[in-house]
Each structure stands twice: as C-alpha cells, then as structure tokens.
Design a protein around this ligand. Structure first.
Ligand SMILES: [Cu+2]
Length: 505
C-alpha cells in the first residue's frame, strides 16, 4: 500500500493538494526507448509506437502481449457507481472501475510507457482516484488522479517492474471505496513474456460490510462499524455471491493448463486460496516473477496482493475455488467453480462427482434454492400487498418504521411536529409543496434539494443534503410524513423509490 498513515480527512486534503499541484510521479526513469520526464506534470514524451490497451471484465484476461519491444500504451478506465446484485435478493451500490467488480483487467509489458486516463462518470456522487501498485511514484498514481464526477485525469508512468499488481481507489474513506468494489489487477508481463497457458482467468476476492445481516434482502448500505471491526457480512469472488457458480463457472478441458490471476482487494481480509481437488503445479508467489513454488495446496494472498496460480487439469469434474478460511466460503460467498470436461482417467481418480453433502447450501441445488426463495419472497410480498387487511397492518408497521427514520434524521431540521422553522426549514405538516408531487418528494430525500422554492405561499432558499437511506427507509419515512400532523397525502412504496433512484442514476 502506498497510502500514508494519516487520519482520513488529512489524507483527503493531501490528495487534493497533490492533485492540484499537478505533480507528476518521478516514474519516468528511462528503461527502454527514448523516455524523458518534463517538469510540471507534462506527459512523458516518447517516440514509442502507440497502442490502446484491451481491457477485460472478469473472469476474462486480455490476450498475451506478444510484442518484443516497448510501446506507449493508452489505458482508458471509467469509474461508475452502479446498483446491482450482491446475492440473491440482495442489492448493493458498488463503486467500480469500468462498471464491474473487480475492475477491468489491464495487461502491459515491462518497460511500456502507460498513459492513464481515469474518467469519473457524470452520474457518480463521489470523487475517486487510482493507486496502481505497479506504479513507482507518490500514491501509485493517486496523487495525480483525484477526479470529481464528470471529470477526467491523465498521468503517465513507466512500468519498471514486471509482476501481477493490485490497483485500487485511494480516496478517503479508503476502506469504504475499496469495499464498495474499487479494486482490480494490472499484469506487467516480463520482457520475455510468460509461458503459454491454455486458459487464463481473472478472479479477485473482496470483503463487504452491509448494515443488514448476511443474506438479509433489499438494497444494503455500507456499515462502517462492521468494517472497522473487520467483521464482513460477505466475502466474495468477483463482486457477488455465486459469480463463478453454475453456468457462470470457469471452464476447462482435461489435459489443459489453467492459469488464474488471483488478487485480493480486501480492504481487510487475506485469502487462504485453495481449489478443492487440485494441486497448484506452480505459484508465482505474491505476484512476483522470481519465486515460483511448486506443488502448493493453499496459497496465502495478502489484502492488496496477488498470486499467479497454474495447474494442469487431469480428470473431469467440478473443482471448487475457496478461501480456505471456510466460513467465508460456505457462509459468506467466497466460493467459485471450475468445470472440467473430458474423458475420465480411472487410474488417477475412480470417479463420483464432488459431494452435494460437502457443498451443502453452496451446491447447485442449494444455489437454485436461494434463487427460488428470492422469487417466492417477491411473490409473497405481492400477494400481501393485494390483501386489504394485511395491507392495513403493513401500513401501520410502515408508519412506525417511518417515524423512527424521521426521528433519526429529518426532525433535526423540520422539527418534531413537521412544523419547520420560518424562513429556514419549510414545514412538512400541511405542506402544499409536498402534497403536489410525490416523485419530487422522493427525489428530495434521495438527492437533497436546494435553490428557491415556495411552500404554502412562503419563499425558502436553503440547502437540504441528500439523506443516505435504503429504499425501504425512504418509503417508510415519506409515508409517515405524508400521513402525520393532519396530512393525508397517500403513501410511497419501496419499489417506487427504487424506480426513481434508478431513473436518477
Ligand atoms: Cu473511490
């Protein structure tokens, strides 16, 4: 890690300061070709042939480089904040390098000059940057890449050292940015290249901290207390539970050499990486190029570290990728599959598929059951919503839940009886502005509100910050507000909030 051990706020200020000064990492030590650094952050001048990097989504890896000379490689990486599936019935707002967790795989050659463009999508709510462990220079590029939503940053570095390197966001609070999905791998191939392999795959492990318990349904928010205590609710491969299971399993044929580029984003846990039923023929330890260990059962990969793992598959069947700290695999999601097809070899192994009993709820049957359960829960919710008697009780529960949310946030400004403060905070009780437009009220809570408005004939021109709540909580609090202090303005459902949230992204 190239992050200074400073309090979060100071680090952010530092990063901003460095970004502002446009200081370029002194990474431009000439290695090959004519490479010179100009002062003041100007791009590194070079006569090298130009190439645009092919970036791939996990579990795919860009093709081997094949070049015998250095090149100037342009990398375009876009940061996007996206809400998507974390587990069956569970959604999470991921922050991503390229719309994917892990971030897109980058492949260059030792000695290449890399011109890096980090683009932060206009819909992002947060600024982000990038620290590539392959960079020699302050913050691994973080100092030159702090990028506000709708902006782009550019910096250039020379890939001096070959190896498999982690990259990650280094914007404060750093553990939150990483946990939310902001990590990936960059492979710097040695000049002579790597030995050929029949299959190359990209797998990365990360730990997530949700406010709800493991598998609690709905859109889940980040839980900072669990993160500080290093008590993850999920530990996953490639961004979600089941990302490498069933028809998304990795594939190979008997006799092929499989190579895994494995990394750990963390932010906190190390991985005891193991493939059930295989022995790693070779492991490039810690992602370095010199130490290649043979016949490894489990390789230890640190947070912010990597390993290159290679093995020939000799018999058909399903091989299970795990973090051998097994509660993480069997209860929190760190489990994937490699399906090998081809002829049996009875001399090596007598046959019989890996046991469903061994895999339990993580087996194909188990994961089908979770999917079915999520469907049934959705059906039940729909049936309940249609039954008027249950609907009334449901609404009462919603009002009580909404009141709790109101008392935890809104009442600080709008006051206990929703009466507001003349000229400063508009009233919610009897508000014609609230009554007029339900969707606008949802957007107000999700995104905040500023600028001149008129409520009950009186002008207000102040700022309401966005409120960080789940879809359920937003629906509950607005339903409460719309049915309290004499208001009778109808109700809001979590589905409506979800739709409006999506539309606004
Ligand atoms: Cu970030």
């Amino acid at each position: 890690m190239k992050i200074h051990l400073l309090p979060a706020r100071l680090t952010a200020a530092l990063v901003l300061l460095l970004a502002g000064s446009g200081a370029l990492a002194p990474a431009a030590r000439a290695s090959e070709g004519s490479v010179t650094a100009k002062p003041g952050g100007a791009p590194i001048a070079t006569e090298l042939p130009l190439e645009v990097a092919v970036l791939t989504r996990a579990p795919n890896v860009p093709p081997p480089i094949g070049r015998k000379h250095a090149a100037k490689v342009v990398v375009n990486l876009e940061v996007k904040e996206v809400t998507q599936r974390l587990a069956d019935g569970v959604e999470y707002t991921f922050w991503t390098f390229g719309g994917e967790v892990p971030g897109l795989f980058i492949r260059v050659r030792e000695g290449d000059v890399v011109e890096f463009h980090l683009n932060n999508h206009p819909s992002s709510k947060m600024p982000h940057n990038i620290d590539l462990h392959a960079v020699t220079g302050p913050g691994g590029g973080a100092a030159s890449s702090f990028t506000a939503p709708g902006h782009s940053s550019q910096f250039t570095f020379t890939a001096l050292n070959s190896g498999l390197y982690v990259y990650h966001c280094a914007t404060a609070p750093v553990p939150m940015h990483i946990s939310n999905g902001m990590y990936g791998l960059i492979l710097v191939e040695p000049k002579e290249g790597l030995p050929p392999a029949d299959r190359e795959y990209y797998v990365m492990q990360g730990d997530l901290y949700t406010q709800g318990a493991t598998n609690e349904s709905g859109l889940q928010a980040f839980d900072n207390v669990k993160a500080m205590d290093e008590r993850p609710t999920y530990v996953v491969f490639n961004g979600s539970v089941g990302s490498l299971v069933g028809d998304k399993a990795l594939q190979a044929k008997v006799g092929e050499v499989v190579r895994l580029y494995f990394g750990v984003g963390g932010p906190n846990l190390t991985s005891s990486f193991h493939v059930i039923g295989e022995i790693f023929d070779r492991v490039w330890l810690e992602g370095g190029m010199k130490q290649v260990q043979e016949n490894v059962q489990t390789t230890m990969v640190p947070a912010g570290g990597s390993a290159i793992i290679e093995f020939k598959v000799d018999v058909p069947g399903t091989f299970i990728l795990v973090d051998h700290s097994l509660s993480r695999a069997f209860n929190k999601g760190a489990l994937g599959m490699l399906k090998v097809t081809g002829p049996e070899n009875r001399r090596l192994y007598s046959g019989k598929e890996i046991d469903e009993v061994y895999l339990g709820q993580q087996s194909a049957a188990g994961s089908a059951a979770s999917t079915r359960e999520a469907q049934l829960v959705a059906q039940k919710a729909e049936a309940i919503a249609k039954n008027p008697e249950i609907a009334n009780i449901t609404k009462d529960i919603q009002l009580e839940r909404g009141k709790k949310v109101f008392l935890s946030a809104c009442f600080a400004c709008h006051l206990q009886e929703g009466q507001g403060l003349p000229g400063v905070f508009p009233p919610l009780a009897g508000s014609d502005y609230l009554k007029a437009d339900k969707e606008r009220a949802v957007r107000t809570v999700l995104k905040g509100l500023s600028g001149p408005i008129t409520v009950n004939g009186k002008p207000y021109n102040n700022v309401m910050p966005p409120q960080e709540f789940t879809d359920d909580q937003v629906a509950d609090v607005l339903t409460y507000v719309m049915n309290s202090w004499g208001n009778a303005y109808g109700s809001v459902s979590a589905d409506e909030v979800k739709r409006i949230r999506r539309a606004g992204q």
